[in-house]
Design a protein around this ligand. Sequence first.
Ligand code: ZN
Length: 297
Amino acid sequence: MKAKYLMCPSYHGATVVSLMLNNHPDVTCLGDTLPPRSYDASCSCGNPVSSCAFWKEVENRMETDRFAQSERLLPYWPILLGSERINFLVNRSLEKLLLTGYFNLPITMLFRNHFKKTALISQTFYRLAMSYFDTKEFIDVKKPFLTIFAGNTLSRECPAKVLHITRDPRGYLYSFRKHKGNISPSIICRDWLRYHGSVERLKRPPFSYPVLTLRYEDLCRDPQDGVKQILSFFELSDENLMIKPGRNTHLIGNSKAINRFDGNLYIDTSWQMVLPQDLQDEVLEMTNPLAALYRYN
Ligand SMILES: [Zn+2]
């Protein structure tokens, strides 16, 4: 099974694109969110996770009590060292080192067993989900780069295929602030650049992952064309994905976005009216050259 991923930062339409991909009869795509341990989240099937048949099956079959130290039902990052917080910082530092492209071999050798364990957890989860939904492919969403890299250490069919979604950094700033408050543009722009820069890095050696970059704006404007490109890239049969999902869909996440998805894609363009022109210019300046590469200027 060739690993397949959807990569994008928050507020880039990951939830609706996941629902769209999950509409394919051969595909399981469960979005980017795993059930949290601290509260009983709602599943898109209409039940809380604690009484959702699918997530209960995952809990039992994968014996998720093993990962009790993790904030989620399954670990999001490779478990390398220390508490959740320290492990996160170690992961981030390793990710930075790996993305320079010079340390892949020593890092892989040093953490081989950790990466293998991470890859095994992911693959067991994919197989369980595919068997539950009777599908042939699993597309994982917004996984940290180190988790994807770990997945490749176990696969004989690497590298992974990555569908990469971009969004206008001005729209990203607007959505980011709407949800998280009045955060400085330089922090938000740095976040956008860091994420998309790392995906651009994956396109080049020594990684050379096959990546399909699509603008979310284009996907909303012409979904048929976008879907055609995605299906051809993932080598999937031609199907109509722009339909309202059935009840047997088990995504956790933004319930507003999940309930609203009726087979159509919408994009919030109110930033064009709301953001002052000088702020828009500043954002474009701070996110170049990538903003220009993705034709946002
Ligand atoms: Zn469910």
